[in-house]
Design a protein around this ligand. Structure first.
Ligand code: ADP
Ligand code: MG
Length: 672
């Protein structure tokens, strides 16, 4: 349908929009004031965009001189109108921007909602309420908009009652820009009032850089014809001296620039003078966005201004990828106003701003880690995984970033990630040279790993790494503060202490098991690591951990075959019993079992799970557990039956109490 058509058309909101709208209306009712903040914020963005386009499109240049936002009201008609003479929208823009949500992760977001209004309100804030906040106070919302650079009669009139549909019709508008007209619900009539509106603007929108104008009143409170007052400060907040800006002002500005509903977690504001002059204001949000790990996600977040003029938002040249969670702006005096993306690619000014900005953000994080552990814990929970990317991405700052990482460890409570490498080094034993760690696919798996037995016994701290990126991360780094990293599950256990001598006894057994397992293992040797478990697998220093091998293969990656070393604990009863077995078929079976269970303990995948199950069943059926912990009753019965059958075929029926003796006898018969 051509945009000149005046026919009124009814459209349906995208299903996600409908759902979101309902939630916005219900969850934000106690926070109704913010509708104005959102609409003013959009009007300000629209002015920014026009000013930016006018830099390159001469036809738009005359429109820039008087950019402003208007807020008006009508108590009798119960309306509030927010206007701007910014960029405006075409019909297609309206359909795309107001009727649909293009954000990735919308579905997942909606699935996350709980129905609990308080919790959902927070989630919605994080998602961005934006324009839909209008429906919190209005029964009906009208929008009249005309795109700058398009003729008068291409304007669009949009109306909706927020009930699932909207209508669109063509109209005319004298100037480019947008009016949003709110028909207030009865309960929200209070907002059609000068003082009320002005109060909200001063509170939430003072930082908006364009003037926000309201009709001027005379002493009797009547409107003066064509006279307006600017009710906000209308200056660039970031250019003001830091000491003059209140925390609340910083917070409100964040909500505008980051399109976030929530307060920021941290911020850092800097005016730099010297070779180059610029201002940076960076914020760290309280929560990670949904698409933080989305590869396609662009690096919106930090806006570039030149001499207070908004230039562009996709400022991925201003910060490295691993800081993509940072929001805020850079305002430079040295870049040309017509700066292009290409120019940003390789520009000395930008390079200098970028490296200084990274330092400022790392400063902020270090300071927070030191002085405000609660905020730092929040930061770490939300963005720690992304920061880890920096260890590899930003070589120049590697040591600093490593210092900011937090880990769970055998010495931290409940496995929370609170241990820094400096903490670790501070607690190292005198004779300890390495920073020990283990990687696993879950915290539990890490905590339960047999590889930790030795370290637990010795009281040596081990970092428990269980994030997916950890295996990759550890492959990239070798040391911190001169201390090298070592996996407790890889390579020779060089703990800097003499601990051999007494285990020599098992080497014969190791050789026998090795003969069975043959090429599946690089070696079988007596372990220094184990105290409680019968066996474990040890990888080569540069091998990928088994749980990761499995994941990588599943994801279609090629992972070279690496043969692990099986370490055995000859003191373990299982190994002692094996020792007593001759080189029989059973010895072979048990060696296989020993190997397979070690693979499982590492989170690895068995090559032949059915064979494992068969062997295990065979073992359970024929060899009841010795000693006090044995299972009584049924299993012992079954074992006894099986054992006696296997032994001689004689039908000996025993009661449970005698079952074990019978089974053991059967065992002896069989071995003989
Ligand atoms: P956000 O501001 O986070 O993008 P909103 O819901 O507030 O989300 O607005 C959705 C989109 O509608 C904006 O991105 C913009 O493209 C468009 N829009 C809203 N208000 C205006 C306006 N006053 N002028 C021009 N475009 C607007
Ligand atoms: Mg908005």
């Amino acid at each position: 349908m051509a945009s000149g058509d005046t026919r009124s058309e009814t459209h349906e909101f995208q299903a996600e929009v409908q759902q979101l709208l309902k939630l916005v209306i219900h969850s934000l009712y106690s926070n109704r004031d913010i509708f104005l903040r959102e609409l003013v914020s959009n009007a300000s963005d629209a002015c920014d965009r026009l000013r930016f386009e006018a830099l390159t499109e001469e036809a738009l240049a005359p429109l820039v001189s008087d950019l402003h936002i208007g807020v008006d009201w009508d108590g009798d008609a119960r309306t509030v109108t927010v206007s701007d003479n910014g960029i405006g929208m075409t019909r297609d823009d309206v359909v795309a921007n107001i009727g649909t949500i293009a954000k990735s992760g919308t579905r997942q977001f909606l699935d996350q909602l709980t129905g609990d209004q308080k919790k959902d309100a927070q989630l919605i804030g994080q998602f961005g309420v934006g324009f839909y906040a209008a429906f919190v106070v209005a029964d009906r919302v009208e929008l009249v908009t005309r795109r700058a650079g398009e003729p008068e009669d291409t304007a669009v009139h949009w109306i909706s009652s927020g009930d699932g549909t909207y209508t669109l019709e063509a109209t005319t508008r004298e100037h480019p820009g947008t009016d949003v007209i709110l028909h207030l619900s009865e309960a929200c009539a209070e907002f059609a009032d000068r003082q009320r509106l002005e109060g909200i603007i001063r509170r939430y929108s003072d930082h908006i850089t364009f003037p926000i104008r309201m009709p001027a009143l005379d002493d009797e409170g009547n409107r003066k014809d064509d006279e307006f007052e600017t009710v906000n400060r209308a200056s660039a907040l970031w250019r003001r001296p830091k000491r003059e800006i209140s925390a609340d002002e910083y917070r409100e500005f964040y909500k505008h620039i980051a399109h976030d509903f929530d307060d920021p977690l941290l911020w850092t504001h800097n005016h730099v003078e010297g070779k180059y002059e610029y201002t940076t204001l960076f914020y760290i949000p309280k929560r990670a966005p949904f698409d933080l790990f989305d590869r396609e996600r662009d690096m919106r977040g930090v806006k570039l201004y030149v001499q207070r003029v908004f230039i562009m938002e996709e400022a991925d040249k201003l910060l490295p990828r691993y800081l993509r969670f940072v929001r805020g702006l850079v305002d430079s005096n040295d870049l040309p106003l017509n700066v292009s993306r290409e120019l940003l690619q390789s520009n000395r000014v930008v390079d200098s701003i970028r490296s200084a900005s990274v330092k400022k953000i790392l400063d902020l994080l270090e300071e927070t880690a030191k002085n405000d552990s609660e905020s730092y814990a929040t930061f770490w929970r939300e963005f720690g995984q992304v920061l880890k990317e920096g260890v590899v991405e930003d070589f120049a700052n590697r040591e600093r970033i490593l210092g900011l990482l937090r880990f769970a460890s055998t010495h931290s409570e409940e496995g929370v990630q609170t241990v820094s490498l400096d903490d670790y080094i501070g607690r190292m034993r005198e004779d300890q040279e390495k920073i020990w760690y283990i990687t696993a696919d879950s915290l539990k798996a890490a905590q339960k790993s047999p590889h930790l037995e030795y370290f637990r016994k010795q009281g040596i701290e081990v970092l428990l790494l269980h994030d997916r990126v950890d295996e990759w991360l550890m492959a990239q780094i070798s040391e911190y503060q001169g201390k090298s990293f070592a996996s407790v599950a890889k390579g020779d256990l060089d703990v800097g202490e003499d601990s051999d001598g007494d285990e020599e006894g098992g080497s014969d057994l190791a050789a026998r098991i090795r003969a069975v397992l043959d090429e599946r293992v690089a070696d079988v040797r007596v372990s220094k690591r184990l105290t409680d478990s019968p066996a474990c697998l040890v990888l080569g220093e540069y091998d990928v951990a088994l749980h990761m091998q499995h994941l990588l293969r599943q994801a279609g990656h090629y992972v070279p075959e690496s043969r692990p070393t099986l370490e055995i604990n000859p003191a373990h009863p299982l190994l002692q019993r094996m020792e007593a077995l001759g080189d029989s078929e059973r010895f072979g079976e048990w060696s296989e079992l020993l190997f397979d269970q070690a693979v499982l303990a590492e989170g690895g995948q068995l090559e032949d799970p059915a064979a494992f199950v068969n062997r295990l069943n065979g073992l359970l059926a024929t060899w009841p557990e010795a000693g006090p912990g044995r299972a009584a009753g049924a299993s012992a019965d079954a074992a006894a039956d099986d054992a006696t059958d296997a032994a001689s075929g004689e039908a000996q029926t025993e009661e449970a109490g005698g079952a074990q003796a019978a089974a053991e006898e059967a065992e002896r018969n069989r071995e003989a």
